[in-house]
Ligand binder design. Structure first.
Ligand SMILES: [Fe+2]
Length: 304
């Protein structure tokens, strides 16, 4: 075999192997991340918050549903779902069934754009130079987002889409403020604007997309902990380098995991956890060097 042909063959085999690995193996290789967050008042007992996001559930994702079902064993005090839960009209009931006993625990949810609009084919490489923000040409939702929300709300979870409220979890009085998805122009921070209650044990901000302008508003209003999803952690990352794209305004270094917002500044600025999420668009069904994940955040008293 001549050298160019040999090189082409090797490259094709490597590409095929990477595609198979990312779409079959890593896409179903779910990880539970754990972080300790010093965000509670002194003397408060720790509580556990399970953060799930971006399931993009479609029929047949039995491994995802099974893993989701197993999270009840963590016995979280609070569950937060930051949206993009479904990607198919028949996914609501399977998702609610998989959440199962987690729905009996205190919970909070917001929607992502994919809860309203079914996925359409798109070139995944476009995320290298653009985001999906405000590119939606459709204005009439075709997915059963209301049924999804009704199912979670019926169980007692707080609908935090452009809403503020109070949640009791783990013996704590938590003020929650949340916004809908900014990528379809449904985030209305003005509906929840105003200083968060300093008498609450914790001030929790919840959103789908971690847009810096919205994070800034939560920070200015005195929220302690901000939870978001949407980025998929980049979904396809470069080993040894990390995230290439975030599909929103946040920089790649904070595309997933626990950070502060702003990234640098005062010591008491809020904590920010961005989930890399559990799924993918059905039109880009692969993850590479970016395992699908849920996160157990153990909230403990502030240091000092
Ligand atoms: Fe998503």
């Amino acid at each position: 075999m001549r050298a160019p042909l040999r090189a082409f063959t090797i490259a094709a085999l490597a590409g095929g192997a990477a595609l198979g690995y990312s779409s079959v193996v890593e896409r179903n290789w779910f990880a539970l991340r754990r972080f300790e967050v010093p965000v509670l008042p002194a003397g408060t007992a720790a509580i556990r918050v399970l953060h799930i996001s971006d399931m993009h559930l479609t029929p047949g994702r039995h491994r995802l549903l099974s893993w989701l079902r197993s999270l009840e064993a963590l016995a979280p005090d609070l569950v937060v779902n930051t949206g993009d839960s479904i990607a198919h009209e028949q996914s609501v009931q399977p998702l609610l069934d998989a959440l199962g006993p987690l729905l009996d625990r205190p919970g909070v949810f917001v929607y992502g754009s994919n809860d309203l609009y079914s996925p359409i084919p798109a070139n995944p490489l476009r995320y290298l130079w653009d985001t999906s923000a405000e590119k939606h040409s459709r204005h009439v939702p075709d997915l059963p987002w209301a049924e999804l929300g009704a199912g979670m709300a019926a169980a007692g979870w707080m609908d935090a889409n452009n809403a503020r409220g109070r949640v009791k979890a783990g013996g704590l009085d938590i003020e929650v403020g949340g916004v809908h998805d900014s990528h379809i122009k449904k985030a209305h921070y003005e509906d929840i604007a105003g200083p968060a209650d300093p008498t609450a044990d914790l001030r929790l901000g919840v959103m789908h997309s971690p847009e810096p302008r919205i994070l800034d508003q939560f920070a200015a209003d005195g929220y302690d902990l901000l939870l978001a999803g949407h980025t998929h952690g980049g979904q396809v990352c470069v080993p040894g380098y990390g995230t290439l794209v975030t599909n929103c305004g946040i920089e790649p270094a904070r595309a997933s995991g626990l950070h502060r917002h702003p990234a640098a500044g005062e010591p008491d600025r809020p904590w920010l956890h961005v989930s890399a999420g559990l799924g993918t668009s059905p039109w880009a069904p692969f993850r590479f060097a970016c395992r699908p994940e849920a996160t157990l955040l153990t909230l403990v008293p502030r240091i000092g």
